[in-house]
Design a protein around this ligand. Structure first.
Ligand SMILES: [Zn+2]
Length: 105
């Protein structure tokens, strides 16, 4: 085995460890981000930055505020849990219908 063969083997091993080691962080980052609509961000941060990416994901928030009450909504719900505003989604465009006062009684 020549020196360049050994260097190649070491480089391949280092890359393999980095790749295999990054996958659990990527999956963990995705599950951390899931509750805050930041799963794609969490996946990439975990993959590229490892533990640091997970910390950044913890502080990330991909949720958008409810247009009526301002409470954070996750994903594309049909109704706001806080104020019962109804949403109709057309792709990423949202039409919302504030709760009727009469329906509260
Ligand atoms: Zn709301």
């Amino acid at each position: 085995m020549t020196t360049s063969d050994q260097i190649t083997t070491v480089v391949i091993c280092v890359i393999a460890v980095l790749v295999v080691g990054a996958v659990p962080f990527a999956l963990l980052g995705r599950s951390i981000g899931q509750s805050k609509n930041a799963q794609v961000l969490g996946f990439w941060l975990g993959l590229l930055l490892g533990p640091l990416g997970l910390v950044i994901t913890l502080f990330s928030d991909g949720r958008i505020p409810c247009p009526f009450c301002g409470d954070k909504i996750n994903g594309k719900p049909e109704i706001c849990k806080s104020c019962q505003t109804r949403f109709r989604w057309d792709g990423d465009t949202c039409t919302y219908y504030p709760p009727k006062e009469s329906s509260k009684s």
